[in-house]
Design a protein around this ligand. Sequence first.
Ligand SMILES: [Zn+2]
Length: 169
Amino acid sequence: MHLLRQPEEKIKTFSNVLINARLNVGHCKKCFHLTEGTECEICLNSKRNKSLLCVVADSRDLIALERSREYKGIYHVLGGLISPMDGIGPELLNISALVQRVVNENTLEVILALTPSVEGDTTSLYLAGLLRSFVKVTRIAYGLPVGSELEYADDVTLSRAIEGRQEVQ
Ligand SMILES: [Zn+2]
């Protein structure tokens, strides 16, 4: 309804933007993030720490991590998570490309930033098993959302928060 009320010119511009996005946006040849070129802005940025590689399930997770402005390394987008129930095995994800990058690009640490779910945990374990002999593998800490009450947090979140505890500096 909102769109129908807009001037025709505005709708034309909007639909052109959509069509162009569909035609021109592809995947970065290195990290598989969405990009209009062959390599994405993050991979091309010389200020990013190329020895630190953060693994995410999809580009939405990458964008969320970028919003925090905390992370200065580069990424690898898997294109999903291992899910035997849905018939998604490791061969359907960008995993062999990840192993090649780690081996060829002097990666010092791989940070696994996958959702805390059965699929996320399965994928993390699988990747850690593959990569551990080449590189240091870490996992982001899972804890309590800011502003939440401890007493209302579920058991898994609480036990993860305890597990990921850090020394107070
Ligand atoms: Zn990239």
